[in-house]
Design a protein around this ligand. Sequence first.
Ligand SMILES: Cc1cc2nc3c(=O)[nH]c(=O)nc-3n(C[C@H](O)[C@H](O)[C@H](O)COP(=O)(O)O)c2cc1C
Length: 218
Amino acid sequence: MPIKIIGVSGSPLPDSNTDRALQIALAATGHQTEFIKLSDLSLAPCNACLGCIATNSCVLQDDGIKLAEKVFKANGLIIAGWTPYSTIDSRTKTFMERLYPLRHRHGLMAGKAGAAIITSAIPPGREGLPAAAELGVGAIENYMLEEGMKFVGSVKVAGNVPCVRCGDTGQCSVSGLKMIFGHAATPSEVGINSLEESPATIAALERLGSEVGAAVYG
Ligand SMILES: Cc1cc2nc3c(=O)[nH]c(=O)nc-3n(C[C@H](O)[C@H](O)[C@H](O)COP(=O)(O)O)c2cc1C
């Protein structure tokens, strides 16, 4: 069986920064890869019923069962999420919850290589603002550590404040733009961040992918 790395994106936007960042990391693994977009699938959160204990398979009859089987058969997993209300997005969280069946009694994810990519509007380490990027990475890292995976690392990608796409001219009193960039900030000044404009982020994503590719060997 060839080595396979699965990449899962929680971003619902077509061809988003989050998707493209994940695709760059996947391409750098040097292995067979599969890109999965969670918004194309139907997935309910864990019901905490523990119906998966004996079978290592979920009782919820949706796409989560096949997805967990796919992840189990793979050698590595890169999870890419975004941060509405400055924490991990709900699709990515639901996906991780639905991998819980792989845990019971056998620890079926243990030893697999893993990494996290997070796209956030609030830049990492910004004092006085929610730690969106760090919380997003932490959610994925905690999942991987709790499952005994080899967590290789993470990349934080500069995303876009939704206000830039909203059409407001800068007068909005609850603008995320003002929260992040100050009271005088306007959508046209801040503009749209495109991943391809940051060679340093692209290099970090390629490094992450190649480290995941190397980590599958043990
Ligand atoms: C509805 C919505 C709410 C968001 N809330 C936050 C937030 O609270 N904190 C944050 O850092 N980013 C927030 N973002 C930005 C996203 O985390 C992310 O950077 C952006 O959606 C990525 O889009 P892109 O992949 O097209 O660049 C929000 C985005 C949307 C669409």
